[in-house]
Design a protein around this ligand. Sequence first.
Ligand code: IVH
Length: 692
Amino acid sequence: MGELTNPDSSPAQRPEEIRADELRSELRRHEHLYYVLDAPEIDDAEYDALMDELKRIEAAHPELLTPDSPTQRVGGKPAEGFKKVRHSRPMLSLDNAYSVEELADWDRRVRELAGLLPVEYVAEFKMDGLSVALRYEPTAGGGSRLTTAITRGDGQTGEDVTSNIRTIRSVPLIISTDQLKKASLPQAFEVRGEAVMPEAAFLRLNEEREQQGLPAAVNPRNAAAGTLRTLEPKIVANRRLDFYAYFLLVKGEFWQQGQRATLDALDSLGFRVNPLRKLAGSVEQMMNFTNHTEAERATLGYEIDGVVFKVDSHATQQRLGYTGRAPRWAIAYKFTAKSGITQVNAITVQVGRTGKLTPVAELTPVFIGGTTVSRATLHNADFIERLGLLLGDWVRVERGGDVIPKVVEVIADSEHPRGTKPFQFPTECPECKSAVVRVEGEVDYRCVNADCPAKLRESLLHFGRRGVMNIEGLGEAVVQQLLDNGLVHSVADLYKLTEEQLTGLERFAEKSARSLIEEINRSKKAGLARVLMGLGIRFVGERTAELLAQEFGSIEALAAASAPELERVEEVGPRISQAILEFFADKENRDLVKRLADAGVNMTAEKKQRSAQLAGLTFVLTGMLPTLTREEAKAKIEAAGGKTAGSVSRKTSYVVAGEEAGSKLDKAHQLKVSVIDEAGLLALLEGPSANG
Ligand code: IVH
């Protein structure tokens, strides 16, 4: 499969040693293709099969295990704390510009100081993560390996987070002699760049945290920082951090060849480097880059908070030098902050559809990023405590995209005196005055009253929401009217509404009445996953609802499922299964489901054929598998919709090879049919692997 390119190999190698080297270099190549270039050549199962083969060789021959083996990304032991390490040279910060004028001022100063030296800028993204320094040191064979990864810390000294950084697949653990030669680099060097949490990973993290009843992480940067300081590398590996490289240092000095060559060299060493970097010769070109980037910002898949311009020439950089905190030869142009400072006048408490109480800050209206903000969520009682928020405090409020504004910090300085009164979380529901409780281990308080009017109102609003049953026109005012007139007592009653009833209501014209009824009728076809979300079962969000719908295919099947059956579904643990069981154990909920069914609401979904995982694939078994007998393997393949055949042909999808595999294996190689082992087969049976 792979070429033999291990620089460390000595002439007298054993076959397993050769194979291990081969596998390592193959795995590295595929990791680079997948994680850095986004251009995989093989699928997850094949990658896993290679990884498993290597793991097996290393387990059988521990002396062959190298610390930079791809198997060791997650192998690191939990740290007991982080060792402090001094930086080779201080990790400085950047000066900021917030307007064209400030950028033009900076450009003028740079040109003055540069004298006759060349001034051209490299334009990069300002990734919103944390900077990390990676030290690479010589290997015996002439290459380099990652030895230490250090956080920025106070700039002078950071924390050793090597085992965590190792789990980032886009960070090369080893660099070959050839690569060093190509980049004209010595064996010892340092790479600096930004560790970030991609948006998808961030959303997934918060979904998980919500399901576990934990408060949401505030933003990807905090989540990335928290992740890097996690003592358990396995958790870090799961979070899917990424690393973008932007500096190269040799002997503690920035690389002589300048910034543009630095980024190209990093690229050729296998690091992820921003592909959209550009050269800019003037303020106008810098502004073009800025505007273009800001327009693309939402589509990048990770957060950036501005752009950075760096003088390209190393000689010019040296001439310009540093202020105490930042290089004079670089500047960050920050995108207009979408935050503002205002005062908290009161804290009100809202009751959600599950009875959850959410504190909301009532603010002196403040203009942020194009809209007036007068309320912002405070999440829960713990959040208020963590902020140390008092009534009357000044706070910074942030608004990102179309999300709800949130309070991020308390401001306290000479212009912003502290408030005085601490907030008392209510002991009774603000809507129905029933008691509120906080379940052990959860952050939220809830109203205990099943008939709390707030719950019904919020349930109706939730039911009609976009992404749920998507009933356009079922907004707050309409819901309130329906409730005030006693027209609905549960979401099922929506389907009994008539045009006449609606036109009888205040401010309801015939046309809007008709279109609301049409919308309600249309929603009957939304399907099981949407209905499950609409029902508001605790912890069942969009993704879980989708997975449950695919697994069970109908609401009857779901309602009849036992805890172990529920937990067979990916991402469903005891907490979620418990919530589902409780939901269907409640007679009122069962009645509600029945009434929805009677109203003609479709509560079925296309069932994902669990058994069709291997549909269309043909397998040939050969040799002795480590745990399965031939018959068992065959039965498993067939149960999953696959076929088995006796001989290898071009139509064979996979040859499953065990020990002492013979001519069939040769035939597979000859015909370039994929060969997997038992672990590879089991991975295929399990479905898309976590490696994706
Ligand atoms: S250069 C000595 N380049 O922004 C120069 N920094 O506000 C400092 N950052 O601490 C680093 N993207 O964490 C540089 N393309 C980029 C960057 C970048 C994000 C971060 C970095 C730095 C902070 C300064």
